[in-house]
Design a protein around this ligand. Structure first.
Ligand code: ZN
Length: 375
């Protein structure tokens, strides 16, 4: 790689992307972001395929560099949706620079990383320097569990030898080689409504039943096994003087291994009412399978470490992280996957979300080095 690195232009590019707000739920906004990516790859010797969105989500964009021929190659995955609603930029989190930190909605998770990976992809496409075909997929719905992009990601992964995911780095630039699996469940209790004064004894409270279910679900948490359960949302009832008929919770499950996912999914789906007068309905299941470190992932990680050493930095990986990503899908298919290759920083999903300027150049060079050396 040449020593010429246009950091200023990179920061400008990241700014353009961050200033194009793209919350998952806003199809039009996410499509504007896909438009921007598409215009940024115009003129490159690549094949661009825009896959129309489904179920109210925006489009996927597939960019293929086949200069090295056909066959199994490298898949890069970036999601360009964010959790931040429109107006975050004009409100609590404007794009700004403060010392080494660049702030903005989605800057860390993951527009900074997606942008630097695209820069590496662009350089490699122009230099025709990849040894394998490289496919870059930009997706619109990762922050809600990738309901409409999962099939496409899995189809592309099955055609690939390696997968590189540009989720944020952490703890001083560490990358990710394993992630917990994630399950999502909705639990409803349906009781019998009654006047809380005149007919208290006839009522069967959906909230009272749910209170016991919440404790039962939270009680499944087992830190020693790396299993956590969280009741993150609750709603129910209609008025203070009505025995509530309905209550609803959302449950998040995290596990380290596939077997634990099956075991705890079965436990949650089998929840029984404590009060026989109240019905309990549970839907959901494992969404992202665990991303477990395999021998092939270890080999790929050591290769990345050697690439980083040549660039001049020490690359490490994190302990298994609790957060899921699209890397969970590809690792579960047995395709060696490295994740956390994006920008370093902190504060994902918060109003102090930021990336570190000092991480842009080394990580762009790492991505380019991987694209040029993997075979
Ligand atoms: Zn992300």
């Amino acid at each position: 790689m040449t020593n010429h690195f246009e950091l200023g232009a990179m920061i400008e590019g990241i700014k353009r992307w961050v200033e194009t707000e793209s919350p998952t739920q806003s199809k039009a906004a996410v499509n504007r972001m896909i438009d921007l990516v598409q215009s940024d790859v115009a003129g490159l010797p690549v094949k661009v395929e825009r896959v129309p969105g489904k179920s109210g989500f925006a489009d996927n964009l597939i960019v293929r560099n086949h200069a090295a021929g056909e066959g199994r190659g490298i898949l890069i995955l970036s999601h360009i949706d964010t959790v931040h609603p429109i107006g975050t930029l004009a409100g609590p989190l404007p794009f700004r620079r403060d010392g080494d930190k660049l702030y903005g909605p989605g800057l860390f998770d993951m527009k900074g990383g997606a942008y630097l990976a695209l820069e590496a992809f662009r350089q490699v496409a122009q230099a025709k320097s990849a040894k394998l075909p490289v496919t870059f997929v930009f997706t619109p719905d990762e922050e809600v569990g990738s309901p409409t992009s999962r099939a496409l990601i899995e189809t592309e992964a099955k055609k690939s030898r390696y997968v590189l995911v540009t989720e944020p780095a952490r703890d001083g630039g560490k990358i990710v080689t394993s992630r917990k699996g994630v399950g999502r469940f909705e639990v409803k209790t349906i009781g019998v409504p009654a006047h809380s004064g005149a007919r208290h004894q006839d009522g069967r409270s959906a909230i009272k039943e749910m209170a016991r279910q919440v404790l039962a679900i939270e009680g499944l948490t087992d830190y020693a096994r790396g299993v956590t359960t969280t009741v993150g949302m609750i709603s129910g009832g209609t008025a203070p003087n009505v025995i509530p008929q309905h209550c609803h919770i959302s449950v998040d499950l995290r596990v380290r291994e596939v077997a634990a996912g099956e075991e705890f999914e079965a436990k949650i789906l089998a929840l029984e009412p404590f009060d026989q007068g109240v019905k309990v309905e549970v839907t959901g299941g494992m969404n992202r399978p665990p991303f477990e470190m395999s021998t092939a992932i270890d080999v790929l990680f050591r290769h990345a470490q050697a690439v980083a050493r040549d660039i001049g930095f020490d690359l490490q990986h994190t302990e298994m992280t609790g957060g899921g990503s699209d890397g969970n899908f590809t690792a579960a298919l047995g395709v060696p996957t490295l994740d956390g290759l994006g920008i370093d920083g902190d504060g994902a999903h918060t109003e102090w979300e930021h990336g570190l300027i000092s991480s842009i150049e080394p990580r762009t060079r790492l991505m380019r080095g991987l694209l040029e050396s993997l075979q």
